[in-house]
Design a protein around this ligand. Structure first.
Ligand SMILES: Cc1ncc(COP(=O)(O)O)c(C=O)c1O
Length: 312
């Protein structure tokens, strides 16, 4: 697979530098032990093409700071100043397309012991141009993975902890190699957790249902936004445990996340979800989401941080 080109500038060791100059030692603790945590943030080109609309930036920087607390990281930035750095970096790159912003904190020191305390931490950010991660036209075919979602007492799912993503990678490979688009993982209690990189909603009898945040899932920011969009559209939402067999009898299902956006699921384990086509409630949520992020619905402007960009 071709490597994804980075935008020209990155943030590294406290300053904005050409991306090619952002290099770390092969002995870095985070590289050896997965002792990092990351964020994934999307910026959308506004319909006016005059700004990049960063979706829920303060929520993302706050969550990254929470992940960094789990890693006992000591950083020179806080959530607000990180938000400012991200806006500066977007402005400097002046992208003319939708982007994905990847801030990450990492144990930057060199130490052979797999510990968290007492190792130098740092933060870096890169940006790529990014389109759709999943098809927005064709509902996804997904597999319930035999890989179990890691649990809070193993590696906390509510932190986006670098090493924990091996769990997602195992499930994703299994699904793709069996001809599916993605995996749904069950947690150690056997309840539905989430996809390899997205939260999950099902629809039963007109109600949106999603797993609770104590169910070994990432506390997704898109997930929280779906609650808001559903409430504003009069669609009831329930946060409760979901059984695997409910996936087989659901009327609709979709993934949501920064990468996934809102992606309809048409088939689980070879069984059609509803009639296999994108459902009405999924479409409603998808339409509101895209109108919001493109800056077409001023009601949701408070969810966007607009960074002005110039014509190239
Ligand atoms: C495992 C996992 N679950 C859920 C999500 C969705 O979270 P968010 O909506 O905050 O991007 C992600 C990231 O996108 C993820 O990696």
């Amino acid at each position: 697979m071709a490597e994804i080109p980075l935008q020209p500038y990155a943030y590294f060791e406290g300053q904005i530098v050409p991306s090619g100059e952002a290099k770390i030692s092969i002995a870095t603790h985070a590289l050896q032990y997965g002792t990092g945590a990351f964020g994934g943030i999307r910026g959308y080109l506004d319909v006016s093409e005059e700004s990049i609309n960063i979706f829920r930036l303060p929520d993302h920087t706050r969550r990254l700071m929470n992940s960094s607390r789990m890693l006992r990281a000591k950083l020179k930035v806080d959530a607000d100043s990180l938000g400012t750095v991200i806006q500066d970096l977007v402005a400097q790159n002046n992208p003319r397309s939708n982007i994905y912003i990847r801030p990450f904190i990492y144990k930057a020191g060199i130490d052979l012991t797999p510990r968290l305390n007492g190792i130098r931490d740092d933060i870096a950010i890169y940006i790529i141009a990014f389109g759709d991660y999943f098809s927005m036209d064709t509902p996804l075919r997904v597999l319930v993975s035999s890989w179990v979602r890691l649990s809070d007492n193993i590696i906390p799912s509510r932190g986006k902890i670098t090493g924990g993503y091996i769990n997602s990678s195992l499930a994703k490979d299994q699904a793709e190699e069996a001809g599916f688009d993605d995996a749904i993982m069950l947690n150690t209690a056997g309840k539905v957790a989430e996809g390899s990189g997205a939260n999950l909603f099902i629809v039963r009898n007109g109600t949106l249902i999603t797993s609770p945040i104590t169910g070994d899932i990432l506390e997704g920011i898109t997930r929280r936004s779906v609650f808001m969009f559903a409430r504003d559209s009069g669609i009831p939402v329930e946060e409760r445990e979901i059984d695997r067999s409910e996936l087989y009898v659901a009327d609709e299902a979709f993934f949501c996340g920064t990468g996934a956006q809102v992606a309809s699921i048409g088939n689980v384990d070879g069984r059609p979800v509803g009639d296999g086509a994108r459902g009405e409630i999924t479409k409603t949520i998808q339409d509101i989401f895209f109108a919001c992020v493109r800056g077409q619905d001023s009601k949701y402007d408070h969810l966007l941080t607009k960074v002005p960009v110039r014509p190239s």
